[in-house]
Design a protein around this ligand. Structure first.
Ligand code: AMP
Length: 280
């Protein structure tokens, strides 16, 4: 694995005639790597000549400063994981490299409704920050294919919109959400939960699963209320549990047979914000 910290160096390498014609897969991350990240890397390695992973904890996408300060950083372990996976390139820039001019006004991205609903409504400015860093990273790496996890369902839509509006020729692969055995969606933020917290946190998945299992015999409202009651009793604070059309992300009042549907949830547990989703 080759590690690059400078934009000029990774670009020089990727643009060298020896590399230029090779198919490049890109897996952007914020580090504190787990099996969810590894699954994206493995997909990319199967389908490309060169796999580039990046680790950059993007300050612009944290609307909550405390969340940024507490974001887990495990660089040494991450480097080990990536070299064991035999990733070709790790891009590990610092903040100055990505945002050299902090005084410049931030470009605004036209994200439409995606910038006001669900995650965007709870985390103002979050997707503008995601779009900004992805705009920069995609112009550096210029991948043929980008690998994104369905764990961040709305984020995939945001990045697809960015790719379209920037007229970039990049395919997007949406990789399945990887879970712990308990059902808990793998997330770097899970490292902030204590051991019993991790076990209890799986109740989020279990309650979404419960809603999914009863979609044919009860209303969404009834099932959602039961799930909220269960979760609040266990110490969760609910941000949202929503049923939506998975193509448009329009929220639905009740299950609609024949429509592609998804349950999306965000909660706080032990002061950690957790998200999860299940397709119906
Ligand atoms: P992050 O480091 O959280 O920014 O995530 C980097 C990439 O890994 C994003 O495309 C995420 O959607 C994806 N990812 C994170 N957690 C999981 C998971 N449990 N399963 C699949 N993909 C994931």
């Amino acid at each position: 694995m080759i590690l690059f910290k400078k934009i000029a160096d990774i670009q020089k390498y990727l643009e060298h005639p020896q590399q230029k014609s090779k198919k490049v897969g890109f897996v952007p991350t914020m580090g504190a790597l787990h099996r969810g990240h590894a699954s994206l890397m493995q997909l990319s390695m199967k389908e490309n000549d060169i796999t580039v992973a990046s680790i950059f904890v993007n300050p612009l996408q944290f609307n909550d400063k405390r969340d940024y300060v507490k974001y887990p950083i495990t660089i040494e372990k991450d480097v080990l994981i990536l070299s064991e996976l035999e990733i070709d390139i790790l891009f590990l820039p610092d903040e100055k490299e990505i945002y050299p001019d902090t005084s410049s006004t931030m470009k605004t991205y036209e994200l439409g409704r995606l910038d006001t609903i669900l995650e965007a409504s709870s985390r103002p400015g979050h997707f503008q920050g995601v779009a900004r860093v992805m705009d920069i990273l995609l112009h550096i790496v210029k991948p043929d294919t980008l690998y994104l996890g369905q764990k961040d369902f709305q984020q995939i839509r945001v990045i697809r919109k960015l790719i379209a509006s920037e007229k970039l020729q990049i395919d997007v692969i949406e990789a399945p959400l990887i879970r712990e055995e308990s059902g808990l969606a793998m997330s770097s933020r899970n490292a902030r939960l204590d051991e019993t917290g991790r076990a209890t946190a799986s109740l989020l998945f279990q309650n979404l699963h419960f809603i999914q299992q009863h979609a044919d015999d009860r209303t969404f409202e009834t099932l959602k209320n039961t799930a909220i009651e269960n979760l609040e009793r266990a110490g969760f604070t609910i941000d949202y549990i929503v049923l939506a059309n998975s193509d448009t992300l329009d929220t639905l009042k009740d299950f609609e047979k024949g429509s592609p549907m998804i349950l999306l949830a965000a909660v706080f547990f032990q002061d950690v914000r957790l998200i999860d989703n299940i397709r119906l």
